[in-house]
Design a protein around this ligand. Structure first.
Ligand code: GLU
Length: 448
């Protein structure tokens, strides 16, 4: 199969959340897996609601997630293409002017409902003569433009949902251009997908009906419709949808809270699929696991508390090379950095917490001395350097033999004196990092 071209098409009217990340990642990982192209398209034809700050924030959020677009386009810079597509449709009688006001349409819908008819646009505007239109325009009315649907069932084989069928005879002809000449999302999206050679449109299942309409528009523009895949939407555990405006689980918010991007990615991709949600160490690993056929048709419910746990579990498995730069930014560098990371990662909830443990290893700390007599005995038995990885068990073995202590009575005073903490990473790994000189001072009760 030829490499796919996919796109993620957010409107920059807010920050993206984990549900949007799901769409972005399903596209990006599909392209990654098959050596395809990933396009980031900003759907910013709504010039009032779109904001540059959101364009920038979305870009930052995606890069943080590891999603690097091959191409970025903005619909606000591509109006000529949409005008051309609109002209093409008008010339073929597929885009027709309508003059009804919102109130008129509303009254008509209510009449239809009262008679138990489906609230579908009745195409009254198609009966207008040139003279009617001229009169309406003279009254100051401006047309909005509707796409004339073919009243046939549209059928496609969805990558995720299998065979889908929507009968366009039950839909209103969709408005593509508003009275003020601005475009709604439907037509520009198709014009762009054709122009940019998009082969696969992977998006949320809230777009299923749009797809039937858009397949007809692709064909009316003389193109072939791409392959579609509609994924289930992420909801909270109580079944609520995620909203851009509420900021619930926004990618920026998760990043600022110190959540690992790989945990967000794994949750976004694996929730609501037959693959269990588990930590991954790279997007390639995630790309290898995910499969459209594993995605369920039920809503993908997840518990926000899972974000925290999965983030911690992700950290516990991250190799040093993958975090070296971030550790260096926290001042954790040098030859000790790698063994230090391996010693502490299993105890971290946030990567930034490594700084606390680095401070403990490097000192100074205020040692907490419990049982000074015992500590001075332990100090006398502390082997001289060089130390190897077995130093902790050798030393505590000797203390045990000399004092008869074991378990908590043996280890707890040592941990407290050496780290100033009740709990923490394995001392077998920490002691060689602390080193003999500091260990001596701390056992003797001196700040070091
Ligand atoms: N801007 C649309 C949205 O965010 C894009 C839908 C699509 O992928 O075609 O819903």
């Amino acid at each position: 199969m030829a490499a796919p071209t996919v796109r993620f098409a957010p409107s920059p009217t807010g920050r993206i959340h984990i549900g949007n990340a799901r769409t972005a990642l399903l596209n990006a990982l599909y392209a990654r897996k098959l050596g395809g192209r990933f396009i980031l398209r900003f759907d910013d034809t709504d010039l009032e609601r779109s904001r540059q700050e959101y364009v920038e924030a979305i870009d930052v959020d995606l890069r943080w997630l590891g999603v690097e677009p091959d191409v970025t386009v903005r619909q606000s810079e591509r109006f000529a293409l949409y005008d051309e597509a609109a002209a093409h449709l008008k010339a073929r009688g597929r885009l027709y002017p309508c003059y009804e006001t919102a109130e008129e349409l509303d009254r008509r819908r209510k009449r239809q409902q009262a008679r138990n008819l489906p609230p579908v646009y009745d195409r009254a505007a198609l009966d207008l003569t040139d003279a009617d239109r001229a009169r309406l325009e003279a009254e100051g009315r401006r047309p909005h433009w509707r796409f004339k649907l073919d009243w046939v069932p549209v059928i496609w084989i969805d990558l995720i949902r299998g065979e889908c069928r929507i009968d366009c005879a039950s839909l209103s002809d969709p408005v593509l251009i508003r009275e003020d000449g601005t475009y709604l999302y439907t037509l520009p999206s198709v014009a762009d997908d054709l122009d940019l050679g998009v082969t696969h449109i992977i998006r949320g299942e809230d777009h299923v009906t749009n797809t039937a309409v858009q397949i007809q528009i692709f064909e009316a523009l003389g193109g072939a419709a791409p392959i579609f895949g509609h994924h289930n939407l992420l909801t909270t555990a109580s079944g609520e949808g995620l909203s851009k405006r509420s900021g619930a689980l926004s990618i920026g918010g998760l990043r600022e809270a110190g959540i690992e991007s790989l945990a967000v990615a794994a949750l976004a991709v694996l929730t609501g699929s037959s693959d269990s949600v588990h930590p991954v160490t790279s997007l390639d690993e995630l790309a290898a696991i995910f499969d459209f056929t594993h995605i369920s048709r039920n809503p993908a419910r997840f518990d926000p508390a899972e974000v925290e746990t999965l983030s911690a579990r992700t950290i516990h498995g991250l190799p040093f090379a993958d975090v070296a730069e971030r550790l260096a930014a926290l001042g954790i560098a040098g030859e000790k950095a790698e063994p230090f990371w391996l010693a502490v990662r299993g105890n971290l909830e946030r990567l930034a917490d490594a700084e606390t443990w680095w401070g403990i290893v490097e000192g100074p700390i205020e040692p907490a001395r419990e049982d000074p007599e015992f500590l001075s005995e332990a100090l006398d038995l502390l082997p001289s350097e060089p130390w190897d990885a077995g130093i902790w068990s050798a030393w505590t073995g000797q203390i045990k033999a000399a004092t008869g202590r074991k378990g908590k009575a043996l280890f707890h005073p040592l941990r407290l004196a050496l780290t100033g903490r009740e709990t923490g990473p394995e001392l077998a790994a920490l002691l060689p990092l602390i080193g003999r000189a500091k260990a001596v001072d701390r056992l003797a009760g001196r700040d070091a």
